[in-house]
Design a protein around this ligand. Sequence first.
Ligand SMILES: Cc1cc2nc3c(=O)[nH]c(=O)nc-3n(C[C@H](O)[C@H](O)[C@H](O)COP(=O)(O)OP(=O)(O)OC[C@H]3O[C@@H](n4cnc5c(N)ncnc54)[C@H](O)[C@@H]3O)c2cc1C
Length: 490
Amino acid sequence: MLDVLIAGTGPVGLWLASELRLHGVEVTVVERRAAPDGRSRAVGMQAGTLDTFATRGLAQRFIERGTPVPTGHFGAATTRLDFSTVGAVHPFMLALGQSVTEQLLEEHAVAVGARVLRGEEVVSLTQGPDAVEAVIRAGGTHRTVRARWVVGCDGTRSAVRQAAGIDFPGQDTTLTGWLADVELDDPPTAPLAATGPAGSFLAAPIGDGVHRLAGLSTATMHHGTGDPLTLEEVREQTRTLLGRDLGIRNPRWLSRYGNATRQAARYRAGRVLVAGDAAHMFFPAGGQGMNLGIQDATNLGWKLAATLQGRAPDGLLDSYDTERRPAARAVIDNTRAQLALFAAASPEQIALREVWSAALTEPRTNRQWARRIAGFDDPLPVGTTPGGHPLNGTRLAGLALDTAGVPTAHPLMHHGRPLLLDLGRTRTPCPADGLEQRTGTVNAEVAHPIWRDVTAVLIRPDARIAWASTDTDAQRRAADCLTTLRTLCR
Ligand SMILES: Cc1cc2nc3c(=O)[nH]c(=O)nc-3n(C[C@H](O)[C@H](O)[C@H](O)COP(=O)(O)OP(=O)(O)OC[C@H]3O[C@@H](n4cnc5c(N)ncnc54)[C@H](O)[C@@H]3O)c2cc1C
């Protein structure tokens, strides 16, 4: 019997496999495709994902292969989002093709002991009280495997989701954009967004001398996703939307994509869970789908491991659904808002886009949306974490330390266990199995003022702050800390 069977070696399935291995869980990942297809839908890895990889000591290997892009866009507004303000250790979006991301994630997953089987497709599931039976098709044959848990990371058409009877309500495509991965004789010197009455246009380098061009034209936005896209149309659209054609040549990939938007009605049905695109789909605006899915996996990994190993308090696994569904809902809302800005055609809509662009010149507004797109502005739902400190439920994100022997808290989280970090003058006497305890002081010069009076924080394995205290009484802190710790592990 397998502990966990994951369907799909997209970024989400591979990252979940690694997170489960961190806790010693036996994990097998089956992938329908015999070999990676080499194309990259996602080209933007956000700072929030790099931050997560940094908590496992892995960020650098992605950064070495990509290109840091210091700014981003929201709805193609001409005022760009400034990622240098988001308070991250790696304050940029990394332009990196999804095929490279998957290659690096697979190498890591296999290195830490995950079993990856290609050319194997989950076709049906039957749930029992203690296990799930999965029928797997490989070549022309079928076999049945038993697993304690099955996770569908098998994309928008998820067979796992359907077999588990999880509804996927939402809307079909009504508008399409187009993308072209091409070489350019006359590349822009920086990523650019252009908007006008004819629609919106984006261009950004994605490595290996290739640029991604993406457009939404009011003249063609009602084409179907399956309608052919020619290089000549891309040139013409670029001239119309941008005013010049950038010397487009040597296309790698031309495609249309739509705004079909759906979300799983629940992320768990018995012993089956869904994550990533199997749980949510939306218009790819702002580079968020893969990043959101990687956060699903980061949230789920330690909870599923604790459940399997009998360490989970009641309700821990169900909190995956209650924490992650609102996060996807917020992203769905912002992609819909962005699409309205991309597709602005009437004078009123165009005026709205101009007003929005002007609003983003205000530094606080710009920072708020930069943080949101970067993946840092997604606190856990109110009431998820006990206590009233405003840090509770937020991501740790790049906390700079002075005296813990490390420059940030990231290296203290490589093991994936809850971490109690004392930041005040006295140590919190909170000995507990499985709890990592360290002492440090916050670097007051660079840390946000919210940290000023914090004496201790309890950090979950997914780098969420479960509890922050300003109490100077060490005994009282210890009691509070233990109360919160019991909501994370037994
Ligand atoms: C044009 C475009 C641009 C995008 N740009 C970005 C971006 O810049 N940044 C970003 O964050 N996101 C972006 N996205 C979204 C991103 O590509 C997806 O959100 C991401 O791929 C989801 O990862 P996943 O692992 O959940 O699913 P997938 O990547 O879809 O992987 C699912 C895997 O499951 C396999 N599979 C399917 N069925 C089965 C089965 N029954 N059994 C076994 N295996 C199965 C599939 O072959 C596939 O390998 C973009 C999307 C599009 C369309």
